[in-house]
Design a protein around this ligand. Structure first.
Ligand code: AP5
Ligand code: MG
Length: 192
């Protein structure tokens, strides 16, 4: 399996680029944010718990999200590979992902970090908030999401550097230009 972690701050373009990667390389896409929003929409018990965190810009507890990921991954057993979007977000999540993939005879091939300046992230999310209906796309929650990103999620950069899996991508410019860079990196993973 070809497993790609697409990484970056809120609004960095993870979802946008995942769509293009899926089409180009025939990979499946797991966005933990989308899984949680769907649970909220369907008013499930899990959705009710998740909403309490998402609306405050906080992370859903590791144990809960790792269980969800494990279930979703089981449904992807025949996939050519998976794009992990918004997971892992903490060191324990990264360790759990490695274990889950190793148990399935595979591993993360590469972690792609979309780098975008903070002002642009805020502008993008505020602009999206006007249309998206996402409960966390307002200035106050965006700031909290960015704080959480810096304190809990950004340490994964060092983690994946140590694993030799880290690749940095300039996440500004046109969506097509950014995707060209991603495409070139994933193509090398496929042949190695
Ligand atoms: P999640 O859904 O993962 O949200 P996020 O990380 O905050 O990121 P976004 O989805 O907002 O942004 P994105 O990077 O996908 O960018 P996009 O492509 O949309 O998580 C939401 C919440 O769920 C978390 O806060 C947490 O509570 C919970 N959660 C999820 N996963 C969890 C986990 N693993 N553990 C614990 N809790 C978890 O682009 C953004 C905008 O910019 C769009 O409008 C897009 O059109 C635009 N855009 C994209 N590319 C460009 C470009 N190149 N130029 C200009 N505009 C662009
Ligand atoms: Mg997203």
């Amino acid at each position: 399996m070809l497993n790609v972690v697409i990484f970056g701050a809120p609004g960095s373009g993870k979802g946008t680029q995942s769509e293009l990667i899926m089409k180009e390389f025939g990979l499946d896409h797991i966005s933990t944010g989308e899984v949680l929003r769907s649970e909220i929409k369907n008013e499930t018990d899990l959705g009710k718990i998740a909403a309490g965190y998402i609306d405050k810009g906080q992370l859903v507890p590791d144990a809960l999200i790792i269980d969800i990921l494990s279930c979703v991954l089981d449904s992807k057993q025949n996939a050519k590979g998976v794009i992990f979007d918004g997971f892992p977000r903490t060191i324990p999540q990264a360790q759990a992902l490695k274990k889950m993939l190793n148990e399935r005879g595979t591993d993360v091939a590469v972690m792609l970090n979309l780098e975008v300046e903070e002002n642009e992230l805020i502008d993008r999310l505020l602009a999206r908030g006007k249309l998206s209906g996402r409960s966390d796309d307002n200035l106050e929650t965006i700031q909290l999401r960015l704080d959480v990103y810096h304190s809990q999620t950004a340490p994964l950069i060092v983690h994946y550097k140590q694993e030799g899996k880290y690749r940095s991508i300039k996440g500004t410019g046109t969506i097509e230009y950014i995707f060209e860079q991603i495409k070139n990196i994933i193509a090398t993973c496929q042949t190695s």
